[in-house]
Structure formats: structure tokens, C-alpha cells
Design a protein around this ligand. Structure first.
Ligand code: MG
Length: 381
């Protein structure tokens, strides 16, 4: 980050709830999604705007947060504390969350908006702002639970042909060995991984031992969403690397996971861990421990997606990330141009901040509710 960034007065803050329809229903072990409601934080100062996104579900399924809790935490607590104040560093903005336990995604949306605003005012792309260096990032795709093995194979074939560097499929009880063996048999050479979204327990050890036969890059979050200990026990029993996702929601949890040897790979979702600074800290911890990380996704619009792309330029993000093209999830994305993937690579934009324009007309059309803050308080519109 630019060490001499100027002090920025946050003249106005907007909180928006936006409704976006996915192009293809996305099914995991905890639910099936078609309509997403995410929150956007927009910080305004010195004639620029910075954008952050809280990509949450309408119910607390992936974590304890949902759209409604973040609407409250951001709208009633965090945003009044930053509107009208002056900040030099993202660390100081995060002070607004002092005393608020958890709610990492709400905090991340605020912090991200500040990073974007700061990078725009400094005239540098967000990836440079974070100290990233990679000029292109390998991209993998995550496929939900499909209606049939054939439908799954058709999807895999499509994305392999499009050049995606890794195929990940969601598994759950009753949809595990059969799809894994079918995909591996049909595509013997691909980088192939599975994500269980916490659908299993240690009693399923025989299944995980069987999965060792399929040369999987990793098994993501096989056990409980808040567990580290059983994952360490599982990792000691199987050769396939365990990758943690839900269980690591802070740098502290990352440190515990590394010391306990609960995983050999980490899915680093910046909004899950509290934002850019927490992501940098976890990235560095994992790098020192020799644990590769990759950037996960939460069905973000282009705004959250571009924040992820910027962080994924850091050197420790050495495995393909879930940074699919906008068109994979949304017919029309909030950013122009949309995020694209060329032959399995995404290129971080070179413009300041996020590097793509936000489509203001579309943003108005998809806004379901809006709150506005000036001078330390919410103002009527
Ligand atoms: Mg996952």
C-alpha cells in the first residue's frame, strides 16, 4: 500500500441492497441459489467513489452473516462512524468496527470501499495498491451439484474446453464417489478438486480414503464449518490435501489451522476473513508455512470480483482461483467492461482502483433499498 497516502475525508456514504439474478442456479450442500441480494458500500471523497461488496445470502447459510445482519451492522453501526470523518489508512477505517465481534463480511465491504477510493485517488490499480505483482491469474471453475452425472460431465467438458485451469465440483452425501470417479475417468489429466461445504464427519473416513485414489488437488471443507481439530485428524489419515474454507474466518483461525496442521491448502476468500488487511496477513502466514492459497468466490458481482482479482495478484495465490468471468454468474454485471477470462486466465485491469467503471444506470435499476450518510449520521433522502 502506498505509504504516503493522503488523508481522505469521507464526505458521503451510501449503502445499497442490490438484487441480482444468477444465470444458472447454483447448488451446494447447504442450499440452491438463484436470486442473490448483496450489499454495496460506496464511500465518496475528493470527487471520487470507492466501492465494496458484501456478497451474502438471504439467510445465514455459509456463515453466521446474511444480507439482513450486514444491513444492520453496516447501516446502523459502522457507516455512521465513518461518514464525515477523515482517514489516512485502512487500519483506521477498521477502527469503526472496534468492539463489534465477528461480522467479517460487513467489515470487509467497508474496508474494500476505502481501498478502492484510496487507490483511485492515488491513481494506481488496486492490485498495485496491495503490493501484488502477478499480471495474470489462473482461473478455476466451481460446479454446483448437477441434476445428473451426464449433466455434470457436459458442464465439465464445456469449462475444460474454455481453458479453465482447474475443475472443482461440489459434493455432498449421495453425490460424491460416483461423480468424482465419472469426472476423473473421463478427464484423467485435469486439475480436479471437490468441495463438501462441511457435509461430512470423521465417521466418513472410509469415503475420504477412497477419494485418495482420484488424484484430487484437495478436498475442500469436508468437516464442520467451525472445526479445526477434526480436520487435523482427517488430514493425518489421508494423502489428499485438505483445503479449509469456512473454518478460517480470521488471521487467528488461520494461525491455529497452520499450527494444528488442519490443512495443506487454504481457500482465502477476502470477505470471509474481514477484508484486504486480514487477507494480506493470512497470505503472509500461509506463505511462511509453505501452504499455497487460492482466491475463493461467493457469487460476487464484478465489484467484489475485481477486489478478489486484485488480491489474487499476490505471490502466495499460486493455485487457480474461483474468479470466473462475470457471464458465468450474471447476464449483465455491475461493471463495464465485465470481468472476462481468456483461455483460463484473468488479467488484472490497469486503470485506477477496481479498474472498471461501475454501471450507474444498472446499479439504480437493481437497487432494492438505499441508505445515505453524511457528517456522522444517516440522512433522509
Ligand atoms: Mg468452499
Amino acid at each position: 500500500m502506498h505509504p504516503f497516502s493522503r488523508e481522505i475525508e469521507i464526505e458521503e456514504v451510501e449503502l445499497r441492497r442490490v438484487g441480482m439474478r444468477l444465470v444458472h442456479p447454483f447448488e451446494t450442500s447447504f442450499g440452491r441459489f438463484l436470486e442473490e441480494e448483496h450489499l454495496l458500500v460506496i464511500l465518496k471523497g475528493k470527487g471520487e467513489e470507492g466501492y465494496g461488496e458484501a456478497p451474502l445470502h438471504k439467510a445465514p447459510l455459509f456463515s453466521h452473516e446474511d444480507t439482513e445482519t450486514a444491513w444492520h451492522v453496516l447501516g446502523d453501526i459502522l457507516l455512521p462512524r465513518v461518514a464525515g470523518k477523515r482517514f489516512r489508512r485502512a487500519e483506521d477505517v477498521l477502527e469503526a468496527g472496534r468492539g463489534i465481534r465477528g461480522h467479517q463480511t460487513a467489515k470487509a465491504a467497508l474496508e474494500f470501499a476505502f481501498h478502492d477510493l484510496q487507490a483511485r485517488l492515488d491513481g494506481e490499480p488496486l492490485w498495485k495498491h496491495y503490493g501484488g505483482s502477478r499480471r495474470r491469474i489462473p482461473v478455476g471453475v466451481a460446479l454446483g451439484v448437477e441434476p445428473s452425472i451426464q449433466a455434470l460431465l457436459d458442464q465439465v467438458e464445456r469449462f475444460v474446453e474454455e481453458g479453465y485451469k482447474r475443475i472443482k465440483i461440489k459434493i455432498r452425501k449421495g453425490w460424491d464417489l460416483a461423480p468424482v470417479s465419472a469426472v476423473r475417468e473421463r478427464f484423467p489429466g485435469i486439475q480436479f478438486t471437490v468441495d463438501a461445504n462441511a457435509a461430512y464427519t470423521l465417521e466418513d473416513l472410509p469415503l475420504f480414503k477412497e477419494l485418495d485414489r482420484f488424484d484430487l488437488g484437495y478436498i475442500e471443507q469436508p468437516l464442520a464449518w467451525d472445526d479445526l481439530l477434526d480436520h487435523a485428524k482427517l488430514q493425518a489419515e489421508i494423502s489428499t490435501p485438505v483445503c479449509l474454507d469456512e473454518s478460517v474466518d480470521s488471521p487467528r483461525a488461520a494461525r491455529a489451522a497452520l499450527e494444528l496442521k488442519s490443512c495443506k491448502v487454504l481457500n482465502l476468500k477476502p470477505t470471509r476473513v474481514g477484508g484486504g488487511l486480514a487477507s494480506l496477513e493470512i497470505h503472509d502466514l500461509c506463505r511462511r508455512a509453505g501452504v499455497p492459497v487460492w482466491c475463493g468466490g461467493r457469487l460476487e458481482t464484478g465489484i467484489g470480483r475485481l477486489h478478489n482479482v486484485a488480491l489474487a495478484t499476490l505471490p502466495g495465490f499460486s493455485l487457480p482461483g474461483d474468479l470466473s468471468a462475470s457471464a458465468r454468474y450474471y447476464k449483465e454485471d455491475l461493471v463495464d467492461p465485465p470481468v472476462t477470462v481468456e483461455d483460463g486466465w484473468v488479467t488484472p485491469p490497469s486503470g485506477p482502483g477496481l479498474g472498471h467503471e461501475v454501471k450507474k444506470d444498472l446499479l439504480e435499476r437493481v437497487t432494492l433499498a438505499k441508505r445515505l450518510y453524511r457528517g456522522g449520521k444517516e440522512v433522509a433522502q
